[in-house]
Write a protein that binds this ligand. Sequence first.
Ligand SMILES: *Cc1c(COP(=O)(O)O)cnc(C)c1O
Length: 461
Amino acid sequence: MRYVSTRGEAPELGFEDAMMTGLARDGGLYVPAEVPALPPGEIAALAGRPYEDVAFCVMRPFVGDAFDDATFRRLIDAAYAGFGHPARAPLRQLAPNHFLLELFHGPTLAFKDFAMQLIGGMFAEVLGRRGDRLCVIGATSGDTGSAAIEAFRGNPAVDVFVLYPHGRVSEVQRRQMTTPGETNVHAIAVDGDFDTCQALVKAAFNDHGFRDEVALAGVNSINWGRVLAQVVYYFAAATALGAPGRTVDFTVPTGNFGDVFAGHVAKRMGLPVGRLIVATNRNDILHRALTTGEYRPDGVAPTISPSMDIQVSSNFERALHLAYGGDARAVRQLMAELSQGGFGISQGALQALREVYASGRASEEETKATIARTLRDAGELLCPHTAVAVHVAEAHPGDAPMVTLATAHPAKFPDAVEEATGVRPPLPPRMGDLYDRPERVTRIADDLSALQAHIRKTRAT
Ligand SMILES: *Cc1c(COP(=O)(O)O)cnc(C)c1O
């Protein structure tokens, strides 16, 4: 399996190198040169299988010769062994034809663990084989950072640097990043918002001298390995509800577009995904882009669903690459226009996007009302991100079963949930002492050279 950059000017790579590299050297994102189809019979056979079996079957064709079957199977088993539910991604019914896909049973209580736990194992395997070490760096709006730290803490071949926007993550999110005691864990609070953090990380990667000097690697959702791991639960959920004999719709709380794009990949592999609905909070650039064809960032407003407080949605570039028929030159042009303020999507590409994606948004009031109503009507406590999506799903009634992705545990956002319902969701017992552990964090300005100096100084030599 070969991977190409969405911007067409970076070398083609196999799975292992695409995963270890993260952002392509031309600033683009790696995508598979072609997507393998799973025949309907093989999809049907996934129904009722353990999650690990589904994961192996769905991901195997993308991995090529990076891992032999036994190794890959062992990595998958290890990735999900620490999850707090035997189904890993259980479905729960909200209404007659509406289901929640609970993706928060991993160690940091958000869906990011599905990909990050697997990436952690795959990185360790490859680095061990090569005798190399790396600096993993990532920008986070809250959940990626803790998931990355949880995946790499104590790994002797990796330093993990996580940049989060100072004062803009929940206390549970912050403590999950600042309390691990391992010396290879480095939490960095940046003066700015998520886009500031993401721009700093991209700038560090685009400084090729620095990138090579400290062996930078990215595990943001731009990393193809992460998108791939997220394709699996679309298959697990849809087959549980009757696919391939039945079409299933999905609504996805969206920020950086990685999760919902994984649904697009599942569809291209042959899973009968009907509508794929992009749910945004009031930072609704994706909803506006899909509605009007104009993609123009206009600043981030903080919300109670902070992991979706994003205006530059990196993985959207992958969807654009497909919508423009793989025309890397067109993607390069759009991204150049983006750096000047925004771009318009061509009529043909917009139509192609709308064949796959629908969209909607929820205001803060609608989000809180949805949390309150869902507790009252269905007895379920939703995290604010999930509530955004439940609101949008309810605004898109249809005949196919609707699966809304529940991306975080409500206890990760206790203040917002308590404000909406009067109920303060408790942390699962295994995380009960989070508030007692000492914190360790470095604060830096929006300044690439300060970040680079910090990495040089604190990484293990
Ligand atoms: C990261 C995150 C999202 C957004 O996912 P993307 O893949 O960035 O679109 C939504 N909800 C929660 C809880 C998250 O952590």
